[in-house]
Write a protein that binds this ligand. Structure first.
Ligand code: SF4
Length: 511
């Protein structure tokens, strides 16, 4: 069998799947390789499940129309004992039923044979487990580490039915076939309380990702800020950081393989001993090139920005989200204009001359003036900072479950798209400012899917491959008039996502 060309360019930092294992599984990422291999969740699952009698491979959905084979042994999905799907965004669900079907697995649980078991986890399923509950055999609500031992043990059970019975007995797993439909708050979210008890780092280096050949190190989970639109803050609550010695030990391990380091956290610059970390990283290797997933305006200190610039990084990403102080306060991001300008000055002083700024339109309480203020701010930035180049990413607000904005309406995708188009047009003449526009349809689909219930699988299975507009119309048709899922949700409207209790169950379990 010829080796997959992607494998030839990979450097594995862990043992490859063992050929003598008794249980064979595959981590399925419901998107392309380049995106999936940028996700630490894929690396972690692959590492955690390749152990003892379990051999785990990887597979990616490049296009839902083509059968999916594993990367390592070119095995079709249907020939594994289990398929473990990690899903960060609801938008990935659009192609998932089709991808399973063309890979020999019926997407509806009741219509398929017992093997392979289809298991799901990740923030999208944690936040809204019901929409795909007719598809998966079991879903994990929350993080894997606190239930890892029971999960591995269940995978080694004598048969799939026994595996599901074992999983159903573990708080955090939802097994639709064995559990009754959950009442509000019935599903407990699991989370690892002590991050120093384990590592979450790259398992494989590859040039074909956003973080090409970078060794990724997870610094922490959760976020101490209170942005009212943000699911990440709720999905990874409470805020937890790895200690400095633990982080440095992980980085040293990475340095055996590469000098490119990627620090991953919801808000990397909020790390409690940020300057201490910068000092230690600078001492570790003169060649170390550090990059990050995200930076908070207020907490990005000069030593931290210099560390990023030292390795050749030119770009830093900030997310003001709104251009007026009033709206920023209303969405829980109370940063002043002066703080934004000061942060940009600090970035430029450190040598970071390319600034990516994230804004949203369609936010609750937003007015025409707030949108116009994005143009005013861009003009001011361009005039004030002549050595800088700005890229404004303008996306559409989508109300996320389990956040303070969960019941807010989503503005009609056509209106949102017209606002984004008008902004792009107004910003075109502004020097050194580029705009990259988000898709209102994608945000609408995300909202619709996260607010849906089991009935949505029918629509997902029937979706043609004709783009987001068709998908949106198809899903709305199934949702029906009485379930206008993009509208405001009142107290008497169904809120299927509420079946999850988003407080961390492990806080109670450990006390
Ligand atoms: S700072 Fe970022 S991760 Fe934290 S709550 Fe705000 S948007 Fe979410």
């Amino acid at each position: 069998m010829p080796e997959n060309p992607l494998l030839r360019e990979e450097r594995s930092l862990i043992r490859r799947p063992a050929s003598h294992a008794t249980v064979r599984g595959v981590v399925l990422f419901p998107g392309p390789y380049t995106v999936g291999m940028s996700s630490l969740a894929v690396h972690s699952l692959y590492t955690l499940l390749n152990t003892g009698q379990i051999a785990c491979e990887r597979a990616f959905v490049e296009t839902p129309r083509k059968s999916v084979f594993s990367l390592e042994t070119d095995t079709l999905l249907r020939d594994f004992d289990f398929v473990a799907i990690t899903s960060s965004y609801e938008i990935d669900w659009l192609g998932l039923p089709r991808a399973l079907q063309v890979s020999g697995i019926q997407p509806r649980r009741t219509e398929r044979s017992r093997r392979p078991l289809v298991l799901m986890g990740g923030p999208a399923v944690t936040a809204a487990p019901l929409p795909l509950s007719e598809l998966y055999d079991a879903a994990l609500i929350g993080e894997l580490e606190p239930v890892l031992a029971q999960f591995r043990e269940a995978l080694l059970a004598s048969d799939p039915a026994a595996c599901l019975e074992q999983l159903a007995a573990v708080p955090g797993f939802y097994v639709p076939e064995l559990h009754s439909r959950p009442a509000p708050g019935a599903l407990q979210r699991r989370c690892a309380l002590d991050l120093d008890a384990f590592e979450a780092v790259s398992a494989i280096l590859t040039p074909h990702t956003e973080f090409a050949n970078r060794f990724l190190v997870e610094m922490g989970r959760g976020c101490g800020r209170a942005c009212a639109f943000c699911l990440a803050r709720r999905a990874y609550h409470p805020l937890r950081w790895r200690s400095l010695p633990h982080l440095l030990a992980s980085v040293r391990r990475g340095l055996y393989h590469t000098t490119d380091l990627g620090l991953i956290a919801a808000a990397v610059s909020d790390y409690p001993d940020l300057d201490g970390l910068c000092h230690e990283l600078a001492r570790l290797s003169l060649d170390l090139r550090v990059s990050t997933s995200s930076v908070r305006l207020e907490s990005a200190s000069p030593p931290f920005l210099r560390l990023l610039a030292r390795g050749g990084q030119q770009t830093v990403t900030y997310a003001p989200e709104a251009a007026t102080e009033r709206l920023r306060r209303a969405i829980g991001k109370p940063v002043t204009d002066d703080e934004i300008f000061a942060a940009i000055e600090r970035a430029l002083a450190a040598g970071l001359t390319r600034l990516r700024l994230y804004f949203m339109v369609g936010l609750p309480g937003e007015t025409d003036d707030d949108r116009e203020a994005i143009v005013t701010m861009a003009r001011e930035l361009s005039g004030r900072f002549r050595q800088a180049h700005f890229r404004l990413n303008v996306g559409a607000f989508s109300p996320r479950p389990h956040t303070p904005f969960e019941c807010q309406p989503m503005a009609h995708p056509r209106s949102v798209q017209s606002w984004i188009t008008a902004l792009s047009h107004s910003l075109r003449p502004v020097k050194r400012v580029e705009v990259s526009a988000g898709s209102a349809r994608e945000s609408a689909l995300q909202c619709l899917l996260s607010r849906a219930d089991e009935r949505v699988l029918e629509a997902l299975c029937a979706l043609p491959d004709e783009g987001l507009g068709t998908a949106l119309r198809g899903l709305r048709a199934v949702a029906g008039r009485e379930l206008e899922l993009l509208g405001p949700r009142g107290a008497t409207d169904p809120q299927p996502w509420k079946v999850v209790d988003f407080s961390c169950a492990d806080t109670a379990i450990s006390t």
